[in-house]
Write a protein of this length. Structure first.
Length: 133
């Protein structure tokens, strides 16, 4: 009931944002791959942290009140997504993960980055509407 009231006022929970859902799913996939990875592959902790940081920062953006905080969180999410792509490329070059798996993950992260960029544009446009100079 309370959620219906909030949705009528224009509020959507973070779980409805496709960029957040995709970031969570990508982190889950990476987590599964890391569990299957034999030995102590260099970079396991870094890719785990960067892939988890993407949905965390999108959620932080969603809960922020000020436009600049929203934009900063989205920029960090984008930066972490690029870092994760870099780690994926390293895992591919070192043959830790198969090429087609890495290509799929990188492609999905690039699509996610595109979505984050569109959301940054949306926040900037909304900010301009309320920017009283």
């Amino acid at each position: 009931m309370e959620e219906q009231k909030l949705q009528k006022k224009g509020y959507e929970p973070v779980e409805k944002l496709w960029i957040w859902k995709e970031a969570v799913e990508l982190h889950r996939l990476i987590d599964e791959l890391l569990k299957e990875t034999k030995g102590q592959a260099v970079g396991k902790k870094q890719i785990d942290r960067s892939s988890q940081s993407v949905p965390d920062n999108i959620a932080e953006m969603h809960g922020a009140f000020y436009f600049e905080v929203k934009l900063n969180s989205l920029r960090i999410a984008r930066k972490e997504a690029y870092e994760t792509i870099n780690h994926i490329k390293k895992f591919e070059v070192k043959r830790v993960w198969q090429q087609h798996v890495c290509s799929n993950l990188s492609g999905r992260y690039n699509k996610l980055i595109f979505g984050i960029n569109k959301y940054i544009k949306y926040v900037n446009e909304t900010k301009e509407k309320f920017d009283f100079k």
